[in-house]
Ligand binder design. Structure first.
Ligand code: AMP
Ligand code: FE
Ligand code: FE
Ligand code: ZN
Length: 292
């Protein structure tokens, strides 16, 4: 089952990459160059809760004759779980969607300041240390606090920071505002986009959303799951694959690259099949991909 779209782009396809417009360590142009250097030919830029990197990524993609799918990773939560919903090819000017992502981004700033204040009880750390690691309008997150802790010499890398000072049970953690996944799926879908749950089966007790809840999301327009991702468990992947077959969903595989020093994930370490990229493109009505 192929469509016209399959003839207009070329794999390998990596549909989940972050730049310094959120918590990646590289500019959008550098991310695109790294993706190309790792053999990727079709990619999506999916910064957390913002789309400001799209222009630079599109220009870099054109220069390297790559196919670019504009995207975003929407922060949501269900009960105690942080749920990330990838949105692809939605209209970036949709008023409801932009209002909600602005609200999430605004609350993330105050939340990061609260975490820094908590940490400063025990470590010499000030808000300016964190600002030094963010670009002017980046979506602020714990990775930027991690970078400040590295500069101060309290941890070696982001991984160590997340396992210690930034861990939710460290005593310093604060949550940020995020809507329910149902809201995220509806906003993306109504803006003409395709909603895919990112890394739905990461390890940890009761981390995966219950199947009954996933089926409610599917009824609201959820298009599929990111199954091939280094953080999904083998058992979780099996459950998701069964569900995807039963509901004829799109399944993707992606790296979740955050820059060479941001995370060990490398572009192209997981990829999405041409058939699934075609289905994703055909389903979207918000904005077209950029072909070479
Ligand atoms: P936040 O959204 O501020 O709570 O931070 C979560 C973000 O931190 C996620 O989007 C990940 O990209 C990043 N992250 C989570 N764990 C790690 C880790 N062990 N090393 C580097 N980055 C991480
Ligand atoms: Fe991230
Ligand atoms: Fe994520
Ligand atoms: Zn991500």
């Amino acid at each position: 089952m192929t469509s016209d779209a399959a003839f207009r782009f070329s794999g390998p396809s990596d549909l989940h990459l972050h730049s310094n417009h959120s918590d990646g360590t590289e500019s959008p142009a550098e991310v695109v160059r790294q993706a190309h250097a790792h053999g990727v030919r079709t990619f999506a830029l999916t910064d957390h809760d913002r789309t400001t990197g799209w222009g630079e990524a599109a220009a870099a993609a054109a220069a390297l004759r790559m196919t670019f799918l504009p995207g975003m990773e929407f922060s949501a939560k269900h009960e105690w779980r942080s749920v990330h919903v990838l949105g692809y090819l939605f209209d970036p000017t949709d008023p409801a969607l932009t209002a909600e992502t602005a609200r999430i981004r605004d609350d993330r700033v105050g939340r990061a300041e609260r975490i820094v204040r908590n940490i400063s009880r025990d470590y010499e750390l000030v808000w300016e240390d964190v600002l030094a690691h963010t670009t002017a309008d980046a979506t602020v997150g714990r990775p930027h606090i991690a970078d400040a802790l590295i500069t101060r010499g309290f941890v070696r890398d982001r991984t160590e920071a997340f396992e210690s000072i930034l861990h939710p049970r460290s005593g310093y953690y604060e949550p940020h505002y995020a809507p329910d996944p149902l809201t995220a799926v509806r906003l993306i879908t109504r803006a003409g986009g395709v909603a895919i749950i990112a890394h739905p089966a990461t390890a940890g007790r009761d981390r995966m959303l219950p199947v009954s809840y996933l089926e409610r999301l599917i009824a609201e327009g959820l298009a599929g799951f990111e199954i091939d991702h280094r953080e999904n468990t083998a058992a979780g992947k099996r459950t998701l694959r069964d569900l995807a077959v039963r509901h004829d969903l799109i399944v993707t595989g992606s790296s979740d690259y955050h820059g060479l020093t941001g995370k060990p994930n490398r572009p192209g370490e997981n990829t999405t099949t041409d058939e699934m990229v075609s289905r994703l493109i055909d389903r979207a009505t918000g904005i077209a991909p950029q072909y070479p």
